[in-house]
Design a protein around this ligand. Sequence first.
Ligand code: UD1
Length: 413
Amino acid sequence: MIRVEGGRPLRGTVRAAGSKNAVLPAVMASLLTTEPVILENVPHLLDVESAVALARALGKEATWQDSVIVLTGGGELAQEAPPALVQRMRASFLALGPLLARTKEAWMPLPGGCAIGPRPVDLHLMGLRRLGASLDLRGGTVHAQAARLKGTTVYLDYPSVGATEQLLLAAALAHGTTSIVNPSREPEVVDLADLLAAMGAEVTWWGDRITICGQASLGGAVHRVIPDRVEAGTYVLAGAITRGEVTVEGARPDHLDALLAKLSEAGATVETDGDRITVGVDGRPEAVNVQTLPYPGFPTDLQPPMIAFLSTARGRSTVRETVFASRFNYVGALARMGAQIRVSGDTVLTDGVETLRGAEVEATDIRAGAALVLAALAAADRTEIRGEEHIARGYADLPGGLRRLGAEVWAAD
Ligand code: UD1
């Protein structure tokens, strides 16, 4: 359980960790080669442990010291991914592409992950079929076969992050060039493309597509993972919701343009300088309207913390969620903390209140958990949040980071 004594403005500086969502596909990319892949700036997170456990289970050797993971070996890869590991985390499904490309036949259970609505993998499967894989779904497992994947053009109905990554990974060892039309352009996808390029694939971004020229084999690489924009955004919002001033260093401000624009619109002071972002809020912020969109739009992963922030702004904010079908499962908990908030279809409406109050609430996924912690920081008294294991999947030490900024946040039994 996390216990928070709210009501203290946060002030100070925290350092952004490496991006969870960039490191997970990077670990899967190591399956494409037997040469060493060295990942730097890796955050200490449960999800990264799950990714490394999966890579090991599939035949890689991995050492993880401080923030560096070295992945080697993998001359012989297992063809079957252990269901327990894949169900723990949705990103494990990204092992399918590399595994198929390397072993020509693979069994991959359908994924688990966060409880945020139906998250199908139809685009992943359609794309792999276009690359020449024959896929058979039986008893919750995908059985995939391909003598050699062949480059082709794949159009995505939606710029899915996971599907774009899956196809980049598979196409890197395919014969010929693959064009992904309407790809995701999230910074984490760009980071994966950069890693694949460093490993020897030829990757080019165009206006409407990304092309990747596959190689017969790929080499190793040393790759520094980009900073975690969602973690950085969460800290900035923690400062903002407590009407304090927080600086995040080691960040990529350009990856957070949408959030920073909305915070400025709400009346916050936003300053960026190199790899530093400083956001301060003096007095009550103004309501703003937000809609989540694929990058460079407002990130869905910051929607829950943003709504927590807006629940104390002056006036009515509407926040429309267009990326995931049901990502409002924490709204009831915010209401228990005194927020005037309701869900209408894909939109949350909140009439900002002067102050929130403490309550006993439960985190149901990573970002919902972050939203509740933020609300608790702004609440007038004590909040107890259960389900902290969800938060630990995505934030290395959120209570510790917030304490350094002056918050009273403790892990309790
Ligand atoms: C990734 C991120 C997650 C983030 C999300 C959107 C990782 C590990 N996770 O998730 O934190 O919230 O991007 O920025 O990087 N969809 C389909 N068919 C598919 C694939 C996706 O319909 O085959 C739908 C999903 O149900 C969802 C939407 O597309 O509604 C977005 O999903 P996607 O972009 O694939 O996100 P993930 O890769 O799951």
